[in-house]
Design a protein around this ligand. Structure first.
Ligand code: SF4
Length: 154
């Protein structure tokens, strides 16, 4: 998996103080997408074991306490990203105490294939669906257009 940006401290992508990772790779081609540069799977930088370890360390940090991790992109549920994302979220839930995981995807929850569904039990908040320019509304919280649904699983 490749990624574009990692913010170790972020307060705009989800509730509370968070770590945020923007991954590479998205097939949805939404009109009006703000992150077109992330569409290609081979864009950005390689997501390494050392960055995975750093994210765990940042989430365990007791000086700047993070509420959790936000995963965006690109699409963290692009089938080619799923194995790496699954390993990351499993590690967070087993090694980091009480951290929530938010994930934005262009897929609809009820359309996920089995491999993508395997990630869902580790996600606390899922925002699903493509960005629809006709339904865009800057007043919406955590989503760009009103067709997108926020699922709070926990
Ligand atoms: S799902 Fe997100 S990153 Fe992908 S094209 Fe749509 S708005 Fe852009």
């Amino acid at each position: 998996m490749n990624y574009h940006r990692y913010y170790p401290v972020d307060v705009v992508n989800g509730e509370g103080t968070r770590c945020t990772l923007f991954v590479a790779g998205c097939v949805h081609q939404c009109r009006g997408c703000y992150n077109k540069s992330t569409w290609a799977l081979d864009s950005g930088l390689l997501f390494t074991q050392s960055l995975e370890d750093q994210i765990i360390k940042d989430l365990q940090d007791t000086e700047i306490k993070r509420q959790g991790l936000s995963l965006s992109g690109g699409d963290p549920l692009h089938p080619q990203n799923v194995p790496t994302i699954l390993k990351l979220v499993q590690r967070i839930k087993s090694e980091c105490d009480n951290k929530d995981i938010w994930l934005w995807t262009g897929y609809k929850l009820d359309e996920l294939i089995a491999e993508q569904q395997a990630v869902i039990p580790y996600i606390d908040v899922l925002i699903d669906g493509k960005f629809e320019q006709e339904l865009a509304d800057p007043r919406l919280l955590w989503r760009g257009s009103s067709n997108q649904v926020i699922y709070r699983f926990k």
